[in-house]
Design a protein around this ligand. Structure first.
Ligand code: DGL
Length: 276
């Protein structure tokens, strides 16, 4: 395929559910000419409590689906899948791929002043200790304190973004981090930026929250540019710039997506991901 048409191909982005939309939002902001195909595995969410083998198998199926959509690059917009499956899948595909963990670790290592960094994420991501590994490579003396917050994902999926129940759960999960003296907190699950306000309120203004989505979009832009794949023209009017696929509950997903994006998400398609 000649360079021009390769640039026209979409970027594939996936997550276990709606969380990855926080990464899509950032990609839209930073590289607005790009086309995006998003897949949310709403039938099998959450990934955070599942084994490495299961998350890797799910991720492989999704990558095969995205390949049928002729994507030019893939972003794993899920920390759990980035932690468990990125390394394995990178060996299997020829197109550029990136996850959200490395970019998030990089930002945190850069912004911390006292070297004490907190990570909140799913059980899987915390158990993998992956943030600590990457941060240590960049800042040897840093101290990384992880805390799994498994109830945050269902609260977000239920749309309880600002709610007394979410406040109460956040208080319980985060108290140990407040006491630890961290100055930086990584939102190590792509669902969490959606309850960012609650998290900031509980942690206090002295703690800087890091949303890995920002650096991920920047890294994606660099990667596409390096490979001469960056789209330089706006998509032709009438072409579907953004496409959304899910494995269940298309209507619910569409409603949710429309609370996140300024532009209207008009269609969400359901597919059977087990076929891939
Ligand atoms: N949003 C995902 C993450 O970043 C996982 C949520 C889940 O499925 O448990 O880890």
């Amino acid at each position: 395929m000649e360079e021009k048409s390769k640039k026209d191909l979409p970027i594939g982005v996936f997550d276990s559910g709606v969380g990855g939309l926080t990464v899509v939002r950032e990609i839209m902001r930073q590289i607005p000419k790009e086309r995006i195909v998003y897949f949310g595995d709403t039938a099998r969410v959450p990934y955070g409590s599942k084994s490495k083998e299961t998350v890797t198998r799910y991720s492989e199926q999704i990558v095969r689906f995205l390949e049928t959509q002729q994507v030019k690059a893939i972003v794993i917009a899920c920390n759990t899948a980035s932690a468990y499956a990125l390394e394995e899948i990178e060996k299997q595909v020829k197109i550029p791929m990136l996850g959200v963990v490395k970019p998030g670790a990089k930002t945190a290592a850069e912004v911390t002043v006292n070297g004490k960094i907190g990570v909140i994420a799913t059980e899987g991501t915390i158990q993998s200790k992956i943030y600590g590994k990457y941060i240590e490579q960049l800042k040897k003396e840093a101290q990384v304190i992880g805390k799994a917050c498994p109830l945050f994902v269902p609260l977000v999926e239920e749309g309880l973004l600002e709610d007394p129940v979410t406040d109460e759960i956040a208080q319980r999960y985060l108290s140990v981090l407040i006491d630890s003296g961290i100055d930086t907190l990584i939102l190590g699950c792509t669902h969490y930026p959606l309850i960012r306000r609650t998290i900031q309120k509980v942690m206090g203004d002295q703690v800087r929250l890091v949303n890995p989505a920002y650096e991920t979009a920047l890294e994606l832009k660099r990667l596409l540019d390096q490979q001469n794949l960056l789209q330089d023209e706006k998509p032709v009017l009438g072409t579907n710039q953004y496409q959304f696929f899910v494995s269940d509950g298309a209507d619910k997903f569409q409603h949710f997506a429309n609370t996140i994006f300024k532009y209207g998400v008009l269609a969400v398609k359901q597919i059977n991901i087990e076929e891939y």
